[in-house]
Design a protein around this ligand. Structure first.
Ligand code: WTA
Length: 685
């Protein structure tokens, strides 16, 4: 074990020395690796950094543009313009282009529904031709409701093909989509719809989840009622019939998606979009209570997600590849690697509606065998759950179709990496551990299969065009194996272009940390992008991500702001104050620990009352944000540990939540030492 402390105070303790060299493509049933050798990678990477315009201008030719760009990159920190002056359309590149080139009958999306116990799973094969017709129909329907280029359409659905159709239909007519994960609550819809000034919502009657129905339409109804009161009425709600559950109906506002599609013509030209026109908003948690609308634009995002998909998964059309990214489309991973990056590569994207253990824990392996999945992209939290469920579920299935395995969402612990390699990858498939963020749009630090020797737990080397570095706050590079802040020093095509409606927050969050001497652009304090993660780089230049440096936690691969959960808790009658921190969790990686002080009127009298109150707080958080934000542990306390200036000492709480009884941290600034003693005495729940 090594432990170093840098000037940023970040410790690095992981010391993993195993290395796995790349395999030959033929061993995995592929004609070739796109990038053939480490030398080729390094030469191309150097070129992409030294001459980004030449590199990206060349790559962009592989896609369709209605009008060419005047300039590949204009960089005026923190504002980048990629392919400025060009016109294109991402739906066209995903769908129409494939049809025009004679591939209309190829399967674009292969979908499987959640099976009912004892029932046969429902499978749908959506060809490029069919996608073209359906997106055109929905695009026409949206237009008939008055949706125009530049409007924001909110989408709140389960993992059904119509979700992909909805996003492509928006892209087709130049409306931006704001997709809200179907596990979020009515309150989350209110916040996002209001912030985005969106007045059209596409949803479904319900979504299947482990045999029960998530009442999506009812949540939308509740949100709409609140929005009405807040003077931000929603004009149209389009509803897919999926579960057949009963729903309330507002005839002046609600329309069945099926009726709209049946009435709409199946031809609708793709809007010629400026490369820098908005493509979508995606809300993500930050350090404050309010989620931020991360804004992505059209041209650069298209080129970057296309190229990362191609190289990181080694996609080759006409080779029978079927890529399965298990993320929900409601997260950025689903946006980029189920739809936008994959379809322009003309391979089949597999989409699954259900849970990994429904009806049994072998579900995923059964799917891989039946559909001959070639690329499988999932999260460490899922891998840890599979490990726990047992090898026997994997062993009874033939996984020999697999070519490349991917991981995303949080650092993968070496033990899970090894299990993935051995049990799923047959010790043959390269594992691409891809580091990236909602803000980066696409994969940033990742192995390339066939090229990069992998080390369990490292996301290895930067992708083309990515100038990643480990810096201290002055912008100085840290020596090998010293922890520091992960920064990106050059613009890349799919970078976020802003936080919707909040310019200052964009600058403060991402462009203010590095105090680089003499290199200050006029309108932003730092020329480098701050990712919000800490990391170290080893002697081979490999990156090892250590975790977030802000008040954002990664729960089961999903980002949550601790402040969001705190606000939800404090909104409960019984709560006076709350502090939320991450704590180690066997499956989720990070769990949520909440320290709560109660109003005198709500003090529980015995253990039973205390448990009941905890349950009610959990339910409350679930209602305010969504089930993913439910605290795993709640501890009631008379007071929170604070500094003399009144700041909650989160590091201290983190140690306590991790079960560290001999807190060794500096407590000299702690206002009331008895608080600490009491917190340590309290039993966990
Ligand atoms: C974390 C998900 C280590 C990281 C695409 C980042 C990772 C945050 C990895 C973004 C990885 C994502 N190794 N950490 N391979 N991938 N992260 O916006 O902390 O939901 O900042 O995007 O997840 O989460 P987001």
């Amino acid at each position: 074990m090594t432990a170093t402390v840098s000037s940023t105070g970040i410790d690095s303790v992981l010391n993993e020395t195993r290395t796995f060299p790349p395999r030959r493509a033929a061993e995995l049933g592929m004609p070739r690796w796109h990038i053939a050798s480490p030398e080729e990678y390094h030469a191309l990477h150097r070129r992409s950094i030294e001459d980004p315009e030449g590199f990206w201008g060349g790559i962009a030719q592989e896609l369709h543009w209605f009008k060419p760009w005047k300039k590949v990159l204009a960089w005026n920190p923190p504002d980048a313009k990629w392919f400025d002056g060009a016109k294109t359309n991402l739906c066209y590149n995903c769908v129409d282009r494939q049809v025009i080139q004679g591939h209309g009958d190829d399967v674009a999306i292969l979908w499987e529904g959640e099976p009912m116990p004892g029932g046969e799973p429902e499978v749908r094969r959506l060809t490029y031709k069919y996608l073209q017709q359906q997106t055109a129909r929905l695009a026409n329907a949206l237009k008939s409701l008055g949706v125009k280029k530049g409007d924001v359409v909110t989408v709140y659905m389960g993992m059904v093909p119509e979700l992909a159709i909805a996003m492509l239909a928006c892209a087709r007519i130049g409306a931006a989509h704001s997709i809200i994960f179907g596990g979020f609550s009515a309150q989350a819809i209110v916040d996002r719809v209001q912030d985005a000034k969106s007045n059209v919502i596409i949803t479904a009657d319900g979504a299947w989840r482990r045999g029960s129905i998530v009442p999506l339409k009812a949540n939308v109804d509740a949100a709409c009622a609140d929005l009405q009161k807040a003077n931000a009425p929603v004009d149209h709600v389009i509803v897919l019939r999926r579960c057949g559950n009963e729903v309330a109906w507002h005839p002046e506002r609600d329309k069945w998606l099926g009726d709209l599609l049946a009435d709409a013509p199946d031809h609708c030209p793709c809007e010629h979009m400026d490369a820098e026109d908005m493509l979508f908003l995606l809300y993500t948690s930050g350090s404050t209570g309010k989620p931020k609308g991360v804004l992505h634009t059209t041209g650069g995002y298209m080129v970057y997600t296309y190229l990362t998909s191609k190289y990181v998964f080694n996609l080759i059309p006409d080779c029978g590849q079927v890529l399965w990214c298990t993320a929900d489309i409601g997260w950025v991973t689903g946006h980029s690697y189920i739809v936008y990056g994959i379809l322009p590569n003309r391979v089949t994207s597999f989409m699954y509606e259900g849970a990994p253990n429904q009806p049994d824990p072998a579900r995923f392996w059964d799917i891989i065998e039946r559909h001959k999945i070639t690329q499988f992209y999932t999260a460490p939290t899922a891998i840890r759950a599979f490990m726990k469920w047992g090898d026997q579920h994997v062993a009874k299935h033939d996984l020999s179709s697999l070519q490349v395995l991917g991981s995303v969402g949080e650092p993968i612990n070496p033990e899970a990496w090894m299990w993935y390699h051995r049990m799923i990858g047959r010790e043959k498939c390269p594992i691409v551990d891809t580091w990236w963020q909602t803000e980066t749009g696409g994969q940033m630090i990742t192995p390339l299969p066939g090229v990069t020797a992998t080390k369990p737990g490292s996301c290895t080397l930067p992708f083309f065009g990515v100038d990643a570095a480990i810096l201290d706050e002055q912008g100085n590079e840290q020596p090998h194996n010293t922890g520091g802040l992960l920064a990106i020093r050059k613009p890349w095509p799919s970078m976020l272009r802003g936080i919707y409606g909040d310019r200052q927050r964009y600058i403060d969050t991402y462009w203010s940390t590095f105090k680089v001497k003499g290199n200050k652009p006029a309108n932003c304090p730092s020329p480098y992008y701050l990712a919000g993660d800490s990391s170290r780089r080893d002697a081979d230049g490999y990156f090892w991500i250590m975790g977030r440096v802000d008040d954002v936690i990664n729960v089961a691969g999903h980002r949550l702001g601790t402040m969001e959960v705190e606000s939800a808790l404090v909104a409960h009658d019984a709560v006076v104050e709350a502090a939320v921190v991450g704590m180690p969790h066997e499956i989720k990686g990070t769990g949520i620990a909440a320290f709560v002080t109660l109003a005198p009127t709500h003090q529980p009298t015995d253990e039973k009352a205390s448990d009941k109150l905890k349950e009610s707080l959990r339910a409350h958080v679930s209602q305010e944000i969504g089930a993913i934000a439910k605290p795993d542990m709640i501890r009631f306390t008379d007071a929170l540990p604070k500094t003399r200036s009144g700041k909650i000492m989160r590091r201290l709480l983190r140690s306590i939540a991790a079960g560290d009884t001999s807190v060794t941290q500096d407590t000299t600034t702690l206002e009331d030492l008895s608080v600490l003693a009491k917190l340590q005495e309290n039993d966990e729940s």
